[in-house]
Design a binder for this molecule. Structure first.
Ligand SMILES: Cc1cc2nc3c(=O)[nH]c(=O)nc-3n(C[C@H](O)[C@H](O)[C@H](O)COP(=O)(O)OP(=O)(O)OC[C@H]3O[C@@H](n4cnc5c(N)ncnc54)[C@H](O)[C@@H]3O)c2cc1C
Length: 460
């Protein structure tokens, strides 16, 4: 047995050695290039990165090999990067949680990471006040250059009861909560003590918001229902289950071409999903949702997915840093502007969901955040003064959304369509975008496992 264990360790060790060597070679090449441009007598620049999402993680990835130039500190309450486009799949167990995350510490040995939230920034002393996530204790970190990539929160529009009773889908912990809740609702409905009416109430799943996230969640939920849950709970009949999509405007997926949005509507209707357009929610209670029409919809679970709002950190900047609709107002070089003078503040940059470019408001998407991350790392590496560098330009690559039943929508400058070929493209694209070989092995393995054995239906 010992011999066997040793043998199976050999390929793992070899892979590690190859990976380490490749990283060393890359780091050496970058160091050579960096030191050729950089005067080594100059002090290392202290670069502080706030956040570990799409924008910040991209910068960390690009700059961590330039340890001769930068002393990098990352501050984020989340010690991993999350591949959000596949988060809805992990809500229902198509993918396991660990397959779509990347630990921040794996990215760089030279940078330092603190599990903390930034509370405020003092541009006079060039310091960030932080609070440790585990201890609640405060500490300060000084910077020469500061990158703010703290993303956004869910927008509740101040509607009563949303914070208390609805679920959100932003992080891995949310996905775990949603998955447990779905399974708990089915376990509850399975009890012999419940009346038929109570069973129907507990098996009503409502998603508020018909944007890409809400629609993908509905689609995954419907697959989970038909492919796994109804089989695993023979006492529950399909007629007792209701999946409802509540959308305040008169259409879903408004970011997509109208005919694609229509295809999605038809697909949802075929899957028995109740799509209610022009339906505003006025209040959420523990076991029901109140609609503007006065109707009360009894629910087992409500997921709220209606756009983004500023994080507490961005709120704390109010009056000092320029803002537009709750996002930091940056110039075309991603420099944060002073609220009074509207001039760029020295050495403070913002990008991703928490920022909006003057004259070029871009949607809060991973695509934008990642491209801005690439742009800013190049800008930080360059020795040309910022004002002389090219401004940021977004290259639109298209949009995709899963609509259930092995079908997806694809709306890109090259191809527009919906169906199973688009679903293959959807999977292929996200597979190619996964940041590490570990996840490139995990995700297809999860897809195959789900196809053969179905999704796991235990809650823990
Ligand atoms: C379920 C879901 C599906 C999505 N699907 C797609 C898709 O298919 N395609 C697409 O383009 N976009 C998609 N998006 C949108 C995309 O995820 C966001 O636009 C993107 O994450 C924004 O990147 P970001 O770096 O600005 O912020 P985030 O990725 O949200 O990262 C913010 C980071 O800041 C940290 N942070 C927060 N507050 C503080 C603080 N005070 N101090 C320090 N750190 C802090 C957070 O912990 C986090 O690490 C999806 C989003 C969700 C939720």
């Amino acid at each position: 047995l010992k011999k066997f264990i040793t043998y199976i360790q050999i390929p793992k060790m070899m892979l590690r050695m190859v990976q380490k060597r490749a990283l060393q070679l890359r780091a050496n090449a970058n160091k050579r290039e960096s030191s050729a441009l950089f005067d080594s007598s100059r002090k290392k620049e202290r670069l502080v990165i706030l956040g570990s999402g799409w924008a910040s993680f991209k910068i960390l990835k690009d700059l961590s090999v330039h340890s001769a130039r930068f002393d990098i500190k990352v501050i984020s309450p989340r010690n991993y990067f999350l591949f959000t486009p596949l988060l809805t799949s992990s809500c229902v167990g198509t993918l396991s949680f660990r397959s779509i995350i990347e630990p921040v510490r794996n990215m760089s040995e030279s940078s330092r990471y603190y599990q903390a939230s930034a509370l405020d920034v003092d541009i006079g002393t060039k310091s960030v006040r932080c609070m440790g996530k585990l201890t609640g204790e405060e500490f300060s970190v000084n910077y020469d250059k500061l990158v703010v990539g703290v993303g956004a929160r869910n927008n509740t529009f101040g509607i009563d009861g949303v914070e208390e009773h609805a679920m959100f889908l932003k992080d891995l912990s949310d996905a775990r909560r949603i998955r447990n809740k779905i399974i708990e609702c089915f376990e509850l409905a399975n009890l012999p003590t419940l009346s038929g009416e109570e069973r129907r109430k507990v098996l009503t799943f409502a998603v508020v918001g018909g944007g890409p996230t809400g629609c993908e969640l509905i689609a995954e939920l419907s697959d989970f229902l038909w492919e796994d849950l109804l089989r695993a709970f023979p006492n529950v009949s399909a007629g007792d289950v209701r999946i409802v999509l509540l959308e305040g405007s008169d259409g879903i997926l408004s970011q997509f071409e109208w005919r694609l949005a229509k295809q999605a509507m038809n697909n949802f209707k075929r899957a028995g999903i109740d799509v209610r357009l022009g339906t505003a929610v006025t209040r959420v209670e523990r076991d029901s949702v109140l609609l503007a029409s006065g109707e009360r919809l009894h629910t087992g679970m409500v997921v709220w997915s209606t756009g983004v709002a500023p994080t507490p950190l961005v709120r704390a900047f109010e009056g000092r840093f320029a803002e537009q609709n709750g996002r930091l107002f940056v110039d075309a070089h991603l420099r944060v502007r002073d609220a009074d003078t509207m001039r760029p503040l020295p050495d403070v940059y913002a990008l991703g969901d928490c920022a909006v470019i003057d004259g070029d408001p871009l949607p809060p998407t991973a695509q934008v955040a990642q491209q801005q991350g690439t742009y800013l790392s190049r800008q930080l590496l360059s020795l040309t003064p910022v004002a002389e560098q090219k401004p940021f330009q977004f290259h639109y690559l298209g949009m995709m959304a899963y609509i259930g039943g092995f079908k997806a929508l694809l709306d890109s400058p090259y191809l527009v369509g919906s169906g199973w070929l688009e679903w293959l493209a959807w999977r292929g694209t996200y597979f190619s975008k996964l940041g590490s070989w570990k996840n490139k092995m995990n995700v297809p393995a999860d897809w195959l496992r789900t196809l053969i054995f179905g999704r796991d239906i235990s809650s823990f």
